[in-house]
Design a protein around this ligand. Structure first.
Ligand SMILES: NC(=O)c1ccc[n+]([C@@H]2O[C@H](COP(=O)([O-])OP(=O)(O)OC[C@H]3O[C@@H](n4cnc5c(N)ncnc54)[C@H](OP(=O)(O)O)[C@@H]3O)[C@@H](O)[C@H]2O)c1
Length: 221
C-alpha cells in the first residue's frame, strides 16, 4: 500500500507522515518548499513537490498512490485564501486522485463546518469552504474518511483518550495534532471508518478508538 501525505510540511501533516513511516507503511510527503523536502529526507522519508492550486503538479506525486491524506489549510498571511486552498485546492486534489485511481481519500477538516454563523467564518469563510470541499469529496465516488478535529494543540497525547462522534455532534473541545494523526492513520487501516465523518476531541473517558468507529453512523453526502 502506497500513501501520499499532502501538506506534509504542516503541523498535522508532518505528524501523519511520521506515524506512517514509524509503522513501516510506505509513504511520500508532498510539500512546496526545498526546506520541507530536506526536513523529510533527513528522516529518510520520501518527498516530492506539488501545489494543490496547480493540478498538473499533482500527477507525478499521485502516480501509484492508494491512499491520500490531505492536511492542507490556508494560513493567514502566507498566500491563499480558504476558498482557494481549503476548497479549490482540495477539489483539484480529489479530481486528480480519482483520475490516478486512488482508493481512499482521508481529509482533515474541522468541527463546526456546518455552522454558517460560526465566528471562524469571519476569516474568509474557512468553515464554509471546508464543508463545500467535504461535500465534493463525498460525491466524488472515492472512498473517503473525513476527520473533523476540534481546536488543534501541540500538547502531549490526550489523557486518557479521544472522543469520536458522527457529523455535527461536537461543537467545542480541543485535540492534540498527534492524536489527529493517529485517528487518520487508524482510519486508513480500519474498514469501519470508510465513508464516514469522524468528529474528534479530547475525551474525558478512556474509549478505545477502533471501537468508536463502529458506532459512528454513515453520513449521507
Ligand atoms: N488550527 C486549528 O485549531 C484547527 C482546528 C480544526 C481544523 N484545522 C484544520 O486542520 C488542518 C491542519 O491544520 P494545521 O494547523 O496542522 O496545518 P498547517 O500547519 O497550517 O499546515 C497547512 C499545510 O498546508 C500546506 N498548503 C497550503 N497551501 C498549499 C498549496 N497550495 N499546495 C500544497 N500545500 C499547501 C502548507 O504548506 P507550506 O508548508 O508549504 O505552507 C502546510 O504544510 C487544516 O486544514 C486546518 O484548517 C485547524
Amino acid at each position: 500500500m502506497q500513501t501520499l501525505v499532502v501538506g506534509a510540511g504542516g503541523e498535522t501533516g508532518r505528524r501523519i507522515i511520521e506515524q506512517l513511516h514509524a509503522r513501516g507503511i510506505p509513504t511520500c510527503g508532498m510539500v512546496r518548499s526545498a526546506e520541507a523536502i530536506a526536513d523529510l529526507k533527513a528522516q529518510s522519508i520520501r518527498a516530492v513537490t506539488g501545489d494543490v492550486l496547480k493540478p498538473d503538479s499533482l500527477t507525478g506525486p499521485l502516480t501509484g498512490v492508494d491512499v491520500v491524506f490531505c492536511a492542507t489549510g490556508a494560513r493567514p498571511f502566507k498566500g491563499g485564501s480558504p476558498q482557494e486552498i481549503d476548497y479549490q485546492g482540495t477539489l483539484n486534489l480529489v479530481d486528480q486522485a480519482k483520475a490516478a485511481g486512488v482508493e481512499h481519500f482521508i481529509l482533515v477538516s474541522s468541527i463546526c463546518v456546518s455552522r454558517l454563523f460560526h465566528p471562524l467564518n469571519l476569516f474568509g469563510g474557512v468553515l464554509y469552504w471546508k464543508r463545500e470541499a467535504e461535500k465534493y469529496l463525498q460525491k466524488s465516488g472515492l472512498m473517503y474518511t473525513i476527520v473533523r478535529p476540534g481546536g488543534l494543540t501541540n500538547d502531549p497525547p490526550a489523557e486518557p483518550g479521544i472522543l469520536i462522534r458522527g457529523a455535527d455532534t461536537l461543537f467545542d473541545g480541543r485535540i492534540d495534532r498527534a492524536d489527529v494523526a493517529r485517528v487518520c492513520v487508524e482510519a486508513m487501516l480500519d474498514p469501519t471508518a470508510r465513508n464516514k465523518i469522524l468528529e474528534i476531541i479530547n475525551n474525558p473517558s478512556n474509549a478505545p478508538i477502533l471501537d468508536q468507529f463502529v458506532q459512528v453512523p454513515v453520513v449521507a453526502g
